[in-house]
Write a protein that binds this ligand. Structure first.
Ligand code: MG
Length: 174
């Protein structure tokens, strides 16, 4: 587990904007990955970065899907597509989430906390799309993936307010 530092992305002003923490098992080398990327506080945190990342992933033969917990109703899909186009994001599919009452109850884990229902739609998409990598800022989403889809590698985007500015007073590395 490590924090991706600014110098890993030359040309991008990472520090103070967004930092990604990578969690989970490694993905086999040479595999064509399916990468699931969140919108709010992830792509929106640094759109130019994710524009370059998604273009690079697609050029390298990987599959990029954008999955948001924005509710799929009204013109949300249309507006989200326009927004992603403005950001220059390249992706093969956009999935928004149904309202919690429209989720497939047969797929909801028995031990899921009721308050976490609004996050589980992203896991259903990941399962259906055979996702290898999740990029998301949401702590609960990351924890749910860790519990129910442990094979998915997680890059958790940390907002500036969550980045620790002082080294901890322990010498145990992450
Ligand atoms: Mg988010």
């Amino acid at each position: 587990m490590f924090v991706v530092e600014k110098q890993d992305f030359s040309g991008f002003e990472m520090a103070g904007i967004v930092t990604m923490r990578i969690m989970g098992n490694s993905v086999p080398n040479g595999k064509n990955l399916t990468v699931q990327i969140d919108i709010d506080e992830t792509i929106t945190a640094l759109p130019e970065f994710f524009s370059a990342i998604t273009k690079g992933l697609r050029q390298a033969g990987h599959r990029v899907i954008v999955v948001s917990s924005r509710v799929d109703e009204g013109d949300c899909r249309k507006k989200s597509l326009e927004e992603l186009r403005e950001y220059g994001i390249e992706f093969q599919a956009l999935h928004l989430c149904p309202k919690p009452e429209h989720l497939d109850v047969l797929r909801i884990p028995d031990d899921l906390h009721p308050a976490h229902k609004i996050y589980i739609g992203k896991l259903f998409v990941a399962e259906d799309e055979k996702v290898d990598v999740l990029i998301d800022d949401c702590g609960i989403t990351s924890e749910l993936f860790g519990k129910y889809l442990p094979h998915v590698r997680i890059l958790k985007v940390m907002p500036p307010s969550r980045i620790q500015r002082e080294p901890r007073a322990v010498d145990k590395p992450d």
